[in-house]
Every structure is written in structure tokens, then in C-alpha cells.
Design a protein around this ligand. Structure first.
Ligand code: GLN
Ligand code: ZN
Length: 775
């Protein structure tokens, strides 16, 4: 399938590495672009509102780049990395660089800044490019769209000015670009279209651009190939030699960067590529080092990612040096040291944290601090450990303090996890018998209706929460305000005729932070922002110690809500796996143990809700699928502990207490057995956008428990017609037995306004009633 226009003869290695590098080199794969004060977010949003012109926005970008390069230089890194900046997303910047705008945007041949944002954010006529999670991170990239008519041409404006900027500032420059293979792999296309058929066209663009980079005096190009950590089809692997032969013939020496997993399986192939270096993620996959040390060619650099680019803990430098000394002995000056992956995934600068507990703060290193760690490691190898003894001593002291800290260990929690039995992770009665008892208590009609938890987070709700947080509203007044919101939501649901009600989640800012704030073992930053997509940043909570629940978290709200109605009120919790994946997690305890600690804390909440008279409890697990490891071989082990954590959380209740779970998708591919093994009495999922097609997998698998496939899309204010809902419900009835089917929206309604919420729910309840009448 692979045809190249210009296959050039393999290049011979003419570069003298001794001249290029003093030993050893320190560098990073990328730096967070948003700014330690979210300067880029602020500028972008002002620009989109029309309050900041192109020139003003560009000035902010220039200042941020200059600042971040300077940090790299001052830390003692050998190159500044250029090309990691992006106005919205680096993969999208590559799309603009290749002039690969989908035709539907009508941008013509080239993409300017306005066109770039039009694709990222959508226009009146065209929806935005789809967004997807970047591998197993919480960062989202914009999915390129390709097809038979896709053509590429280099648009230098998207790269060369930044390179010139860095050179003009006197920096030595390493440019980063996504590999053409990675870009094509991440692109979407109509089924049946072979994305690899575009490779030769795309390589032409790289050929031109790399040649120009070389002419500008760029000394290295880092080509990011993260897809090598996935299970790739053989055609894609087979394309590697072709790609790198072409790229190597054009420009500066190439560092092929892999991350997020082991590439050990490809070691011989990687050694044979005409690249000058390879980067390995040794935080995620330390075991691959031996393989590469044993067979790495004499003329190639090995860049070792030893500082964690995915987490915010300080590196134990002495430990890292232990490994590096060995590598240094083998590789000599061919050793480079780096962070495991781009620092995009960690917050920018710890210097802006003033309220963190001093011990906790001392255990952390944000992106800026990680640069310093690399500088120290480099000097220790180059000039001897004595040259940096203070930094090493400090690092060792802190590592020891953290290991010995009493604040991270709660004996009772450890004991409880250690003594968990199979019975603790199993409901006492199988579903078929349980559901009969539940029905005796709940007495729900066929096709029961419910919602996923949250109701519109109105300006009034946000204002009340904010006022309470800043002390402007006292506790009694806040309680009253939230109870008024609950009354409002309950009245609405009664009037709409829903069967299982919710309290509406008005008191929750975020489904993870809300619980994290009430659990021991969690801490929070003031400015620990990480880019999620575009200008959107998240400030993930941090799990630093053993997780415990000092007191009930949701019971008072649930009890109040239940007191307002005779209908069942659904208690609402975030599940252990979601709590884990949407936080920064301690790196001194296996994730499965942290998950079990979370599960036990939440299990106590589940039991307390039951004791308070709540008969239906939903445990949301939208993150279960995104936690799936990148390689399929690692799935079973993950699914095993993830499912167990959920079951521990859910299994402390009586048979007649009904456990729901919710996931914001329904593409379960081959993990349906695990989803079924969670053994929730009811699962609600997103199915409206696939028009119930994704439900087929549940039918084929004969999913045993109750299912609530979403009857309408909550992601837009559009209210569907009664016909659409009826069609979807009829389809669901074709594949799910009527006694197992629930009726609900796709997801929570917090991003919606009341008018469309009411209208859509009224139609939904009406659709269910009509269907019942026809049974
Ligand atoms: N219960 C949550 C809500 O309704 C679920 C959110 C989610 O699934 N992401 O908002
Ligand atoms: Zn959802």
C-alpha cells in the first residue's frame, strides 16, 4: 500500500557526534505552553471575544516562548525545544503547518490564525474538528480529517518564525515535530480509506521543511512517534524505515522520541533506522533500558527519560543517578538525559504555590523544577557528584523525609486493604434474585425513567458556591441556598413525572474535587493548572497519602432530598477509578492499592447512604475506559483491579439496595465482560449519538443486568423531537429485553440550561409512557 514519490537512497552517517555534543546532553521533549499564570488562556479568551487583536495575542505567545526557553537555558539544558508551543493544540498546529485543513472549512490552500481557530472551535456553518484524548493522558488533541482528496503543502508560518525567534535569542535549537506516521495514525478518515496512502505526499512536506530547518542552523530535530507505544498493525511498523530514510535525508540529525510505554519489541528495527538518536520513557517502562543498552549502535544517541513528565513528584536524584551511571558507562557521550515525555502534562511552576503544606510542597516538582533536576543530573555526570552535592543531598533528604512521613500512612487503612476478601468484593446474592427484591421495594413501572445526576448549574448556584468559599455567605445561608436548589430540582422532577429522582448536584464544583476535598490523603494546589484542550485547563487534585473518609460526604444532602419525595432518591457518588485517573496520584504506592483505598472510603459512603434510607445509589465511573493501558496485553491486569475496586465500593449493601453506575460512552469494544463483572444493577451509558448502534454489542454479549441507554444527547441545547426519541427507544427495545431497559439522557445536565432540560425531559418521560402503554 505504500508508494513513495521520492525514495532516496539510505543516507550514510556523516555526522560526527563528538563535534555535536559535549557529554552528556540534557534536554526536554516539550514544556507546558499555557503559562504559570495561565497567560495563554487569558489572551486566547480575550482574542476570541474580540478584546485582543492578532498582534496582542502573538505578543503573549512570544513572551511565553521566550520565558520558557530561558528557563531551559538557565537550568543548563543543551537545547531549547522549539515547536512545542501551540495556540490550541500541537497536533493541530502540525495540521496547519501541512496546510491540511479539511475542505469543509473552505479555508482554501493555507491556514491562517483565524482559520486555525475556526477549525478548533467550529464556525456557524461547520462543527469543530473532533477532540480526542492524547493517548492515556487527560490532554485532548484535535483530530485531523483526511481522505482521498487530502493534499499537503508546507506553510512555513507555522514553524519557522518560532525557530528564528529562538535563534535570535541566542539559543541552540532542537525543533520538535510529530512524525508523519503519528499524525496520520491520529487522523480520522471514512471507513475503508487507507491513511497510509497519504504518506508519500506528506513526506514531501517534511522533506521541504526539514531542509529549511537545516539551512536555518537547527542542530537537531525531535520527531515524536508516541504511537510506537501502541499495538500497531504491521503495515504501520513496516512504514518506519521508509519514513525515517526520507526524513534523515533531508535535514538535521533526528532524535526519534517515543514515550508513554515500552518500545522494546521494536528494538532491532529502531536500531536499524537512519536516525541519530532515540528517546525512551524510562518512568513508564524502565525495563526496556537493558535491551537497548545491550544492542544500541555505536553511532547513535540514547535519550533516557528519567524525570517523570506525567506526575508532579520530585525526582529522587540519587536513585536516578544510579541508573544513569550505568548507562553512562555503556554509552559515554551518547547518553542524553530528559524527562520521560513532554512536560505538557504537569503544572508549570511550583513557585506560585503558597498555601500548600510545606512538607507536601517540598515533595513536588512542577515543569520548571523538573528542568532544574535535569540540570543537576547532567552536571553530576559531567563534573562529578561533588559538583552538585548540595542539590543531591537536598534531594536525598527530602526523599527520605517523604518515605518516612507519618502523614502518608494510616495503619487502619493499610490493614483494611490487606484484609479485603472475595466476599467484600461480591454482592451477597446474584443479580436475578437481587433485582426481584429491589423491585419489591422500589415498585418502579416498566421502562423506569431517571437522569444521570446533575441539573443545570445556574449562575445563581455558582454565585452561592463562590460566596460560600470566600466566606461571604455563612454556612447556614449556604445550606439554605443549596436546599432551595434541591427543592427546586425535586419539584421539577415530580412535575415531569420522573421515576427515580436525583438531588441535582448543585453543591458540587467538580465530580472529583468535591470528594477529594472531603477525603484524607488529598491536597490541592492554587495554580497547578494543566492544559486539557485549547484554553481549557484543569487543576487535578493530588493524592499524596492514604485515603480515608473522616465523615460522611453526601449523606445530609441525600437525606434532605429524599425527605422531599416519596419517590426513590438516587444517591450520587464518583467511583474509585474516576477519582484515581482524574487526580495526580502518589508514586510510592501501586495504583491498584490507591484504588482500593478509594473504594473503601466510598464503600463506607455507600453504606451510610443506605442506612440513611437511600435505596438507589449511583457510582459514576466515566474514567474506567480511559484508564485502559495503551497495549492490549496490559488490559487484563488493569481491568482486574479496576473492576475489583468498583465491586469493593459497591458490595457492602443489602440485596434490595440498587446500585447504578454511569459511563459517558458505550464503546466498550472487548471490555464488555469486565463491564458486566462490575455487576452494577443498572448501567447508564451514552448511546444517542450512535443512534443506539453501540447498544448492539450489549445485546450480542447478552449483558445480564439493567441498561439505560441515553435517549438524547445532552451536549447541545437542541431539544430532540418526540419522533427521534421514540425511534431510539424502539431500537433499544429491539435489542434489550423490556424488563431490563431504563430510560434516561446520555449524561448529566449540568452544562445545560433549564428551558431545554425541561423540554427534553418532558418528551423523554412522554416517550417512556407511550411505550409502556403499548406493552
Ligand atoms: N453524576 C454526574 C453528573 O450527572 C456524572 C458526570 C459524568 O458522567 N461525567 O454530572
Ligand atoms: Zn456521563
Amino acid at each position: 500500500t505504500l508508494r513513495l514519490n521520492h525514495v532516496r537512497p539510505p543516507m550514510t552517517m556523516t555526522i560526527d557526534l563528538h563535534r555535536l555534543t559535549v557529554m552528556p546532553v540534557a534536554h526536554i521533549l516539550g514544556f507546558p505552553r499555557i503559562g504559570s499564570r495561565r497567560e495563554l488562556k487569558i489572551a486566547l479568551e480575550a482574542h476570541w471575544k474580540g478584546d485582543l487583536d492578532d498582534a496582542g495575542l502573538r505578543r503573549t505567545g512570544r513572551e511565553l516562548r521566550a520565558r520558557h526557553w530561558e528557563l531551559q537555558r538557565v537550568a543548563g539544558l543543551d537545547w531549547v525545544t522549539v515547536g512545542d508551543f501551540a495556540w490550541y493544540d500541537h497536533l493541530h498546529t502540525a495540521t496547519a503547518l501541512f496546510s491540511a485543513a479539511p475542505e469543509r472549512f473552505g479555508l482554501g490552500g493555507t491556514v491562517d490564525l483565524a482559520g486555525y481557530f475556526a477549525m478548533a472551535r467550529g464556525t456557524r456553518e461547520q462543527p469543530a474538528l473532533a477532540m480526542k484524548k492524547w493517548f492515556d493522558t487527560n490532554y485532548h488533541y484535535l483530530v485531523p480529517e483526511v481522505g482521498p482528496t487530502t493534499r499537503f503543502s508546507p506553510n512555513r508560518d507555522w514553524l519557522l518564525p518560532e525557530v528564528r525567534e529562538a535563534l535570535a535569542l541566542g539559543h541552540k535549537v532542537k525543533v520538535v515535530l510529530p512524525s508523519p506516521l503519528t499524525w496520520l495514525w491520529l487522523a480520522s478518515a471514512e471507513p475503508g480509506f487507507d491513511r497510509l496512502s497519504l504518506l508519500s505526499l506528506l513526506l514531501n512536506v517534511y522533506f521541504v521543511l526539514l531542509g529549511e530547518l537545516k539551512a536555518l542552523g537547527v542542530q537537531w530535530v525531535q520527531i515524536d512517534e508516541p504511537i510506537l507505544a501502541l499495538d500497531l498493525p504491521p503495515e504501520w511498523i513496516a512504514a518506519l524505515p521508509v519514513v525515517y530514510r526520507e526524513l534523515a535525508s533531508a535535514g538535521p540529525p533526528i532524535l526519534l522520541a517515543t514515550y508513554f510505554g515500552s518500545v522494546q519489541a521494536h528494538a532491532p528495527l529502531l536500531a536499524s533506522l537512519p536516525v541519530h538518536g532515540l528517546h525512551l520513557d524510562l518512568v513508564r517502562a524502565p525495563e526496556q533500558l537493558e535491551t537497548f543498552l545491550a544492542q544500541w549502535p555505536q553511532d547513535k544517541v540514547l535519550s533516557l527519560g528519567v524525570v517523570d513528565g506525567r506526575n508532579l513528584w520530585r525526582t529522587s536524584l540519587v536513585e536516578a543517578l544510579g541508573g544513569l551511571h550505568r548507562a553512562h558507562a555503556v554509552l559515554g557521550e551518547r547518553l542524553w538525559i530528559s524527562a520521560s515525555c513532554s512536560l505538557l502534562h504537569v503544572p508549570t511552576d511550583l513557585a506560585h504555590e503558597h498555601r500548600l503544606d510545606a512538607d507536601l510542597r517540598s515533595w513536588m516538582a512542577f515543569a520548571a523544577q523538573k528542568l532544574d533536576e535535569l540540570g543537576v543530573l547532567k552536571r553530576a555526570l559531567r563534573d562529578g557528584e561533588a559538583s552538585v552535592w548540595q542539590a543531591l543531598h537536598e534531594s536525598a533528604r527530602i526523599a527520605q523525609a517523604r518515605r518516612q512521613a507519618t502523614t502518608t500512612r494510616i495503619a487502619a487503612v493499610r490493614d483494611r486493604v490487606a484484609s479485603l476478601s472475595e466476599a467484600d468484593a461480591t454482592r451477597s446474592t446474584p443479580f436475578p434474585a437481587r433485582v426481584v427484591r429491589q423491585q419489591d421495594v422500589l415498585k418502579l413501572p416498566p421502562l423506569p425513567t431517571t437522569t444521570i445526576g446533575s441539573f443545570p448549574q445556574t449562575a445563581q448556584i455558582r454565585a452561592a458556591r463562590a460566596a460560600f468559599k470566600t466566606g461571604k455567605l455563612d454556612e447556614a445561608a449556604y445550606l439554605e441556598a443549596m436546599q432551595a436548589e434541591i427543592r427546586f430540582a425535586v419539584d421539577k422532577q415530580e412535575e415531569l413525572g420522573l421515576d427515580v429522582l436525583v438531588h441535582g448536584e448543585a453543591e458540587r464544583n467538580d465530580m472529583v474535587e468535591y470528594f477529594g476535598e472531603q477525603l484524607d490523603g488529598y491536597c490541592f494546589t492554587e495554580n497547578g493548572w494543566v492544559q486539557s484542550y485549547g484554553s481549557r485547563c484543569v487543576k487535578p487534585p493530588i493524592i499524596y497519602g492514604d485515603v480515608a473518609r473522616p465523615r460522611p460526604m453526601t449523606v445530609a444532602w441525600a437525606r434532605y432530598a429524599q425527605s422531599l419525595t416519596v419517590k426513590p432518591m438516587k444517591g450520587m457518588l464518583s467511583g474509585p477509578i474516576t477519582m484515581l485517573f482524574w487526580s495526580f496520584v502518589r508514586d510510592d504506592l501501586p495504583r491498584r492499592d490507591v484504588a482500593l483505598q478509594l473504594a473503601l472510603a466510598l464503600r463506607d459512603e455507600v453504606c451510610d447512604l443506605e442506612a440513611a434510607g437511600i435505596r438507589v445509589i449511583q457510582i459514576d465511573e466515566p474514567a474506567i475506559r480511559e484508564g485502559l493501558p495503551l497495549k492490549k496485553a496490559d488490559w487484563p491486569a488493569y481491568l482486574d483491579w479496576a473492576v475489583r475496586a468498583f465491586r469493593v465500593c459497591a458490595s457492602g449493601v443489602r440485596d434490595d439496595t440498587q446500585i447504578h453506575t454511569h459511563m459517558c460512552y458505550s464503546e466498550f469494544n472487548d471490555i464488555l465482560p469486565s463491564i458486566a463483572a462490575m455487576d452494577a444493577d443498572v448501567i447508564t451509558i451514552e448511546t444517542s449519538r450512535s443512534r443506539m448502534k453501540l447498544l448492539d454489542a450489549f445485546a450480542d454479549f447478552r449483558y445480564p443486568n439493567d441498561i439505560g441507554p441515553g435517549l438524547y444527547d445532552i451536549h447541545s441545547p437542541r431539544v430532540p423531537s418526540a419522533d427521534e426519541m421514540k425511534t431510539l427507544l424502539d431500537r433499544a427495545l429491539c435489542v434489550v429485553p423490556m424488563e431490563r431497559l431504563w430510560v434516561n439522557p446520555d449524561c448529566g445536565l449540568k452544562t445545560r440550561a433549564w428551558p431545554e432540560t425541561e423540554a427534553a425531559l418532558r418528551l423523554m418521560v412522554g416517550t417512556a409512557r407511550e411505550a409502556r402503554a403499548a406493552l
